[in-house]
Design a protein around this ligand. Sequence first.
Ligand code: SF4
Length: 290
Amino acid sequence: MAKSGVSVTAGAAGGPGFKKAAFPKTQTAKVRQARRINRALAEVYPYAHPELDFQNPFQLLVATVLSAQTTDLRVNQTTPALFAKYPTPTEMADANPEELEELIRPTGFFRNKAKSLLGLSAALRDEFGGEVPGRLEDLVTLPGVGRKTANVVLGNAFGVPGITVDTHFGRLAKRFGWTESDDPVKVEQEVGELVEKREWTMLSHRVVFHGRRICHARKPACGACPIARLCPSYGEGETDPVKAEKLLKYEKGGQPGQRLSPPADYPGEAAARAAAHGGPTADSAEGVDA
Ligand code: SF4
C-alpha cells in the first residue's frame, strides 16, 4: 500500500521495467485488456457501489434524476428531507410544485428537476400502480428518465446488469481504448461486447469510482494510478508520483467520501463532516456528475 492507501496490485506507475501499454487493436485484445482492467479495478475498489443514498427503487430513481449536473454528495444532503415529506410516488405527485422546488433547490436546475419528479411520480401512480417498473422500456417512458438513469435503477435496485455511461465512464472508456465514440448508447453497446454481462453494473461503479478519485477529466493522477501498467493513456496526466498523489480525491486522498450513509465496509470517512461544513467534495467541479 502506498501512503494514500492506493492498492498497487495491478502495478503502479513508473518504477523499474514500467512500460506504457499499447492501445488494443483487435477485438480479442480489447476483450482481454478490458477484462484485465475490470479485475484490477475490482481489486482497487472492492467496495464500489452507487454513491447515492437510497432505501428503495423510488428513492434511487428520484436521487438519480436529481444527480444531473451536481455531485452525489449534494443529492445525499438533499434527499433525507425530500423523502421524509414525500415518501411515495403518490405523495410526490400531489406535492405543491413550489415547495418541491424549494426542497431540491440545492441540486441546481431545480425547476426542471421538480417538473420531472412531478411527472414521473404521476406516471408511476397512474400507469404503474405506484411502483417503479423493472424494465428499461418502461423506465424510459417516465419524464426526465433516460437510458442512463434507467440503467442505474435497473442495475442497483433490480439486479439487472446494465452499463451506465456517464461523463466519467465515457471519458475512461476512451482512455482505455474501449471506444472512440462520444455517443453514450454506442459506448454502452461497444463496452458491453468486451465485458461479461454479469459484470456490467459493477464495472460501471468501478470505472466511475476511478474517474472520480484518480483518472480525473482535466488532471488524471497517472503517477499515483494503480492500473497505470494496463492503461494506454498513461501520461495524459501528472506522472510525478508525489505531485500525482496530491491530486487524489475522496478516500484515496484522505478526504470524506460522497455518501452520508456509506456501507459498513466503506474505507473512507462518511461525508457528514463535509456536509456540515460544505467541504471539498461538495463543490468540486470535477466531482460534477453528468
Ligand atoms: S489516464 Fe492515467 S490516471 Fe487514467 S487510468 Fe490511465 S494511467 Fe490511470
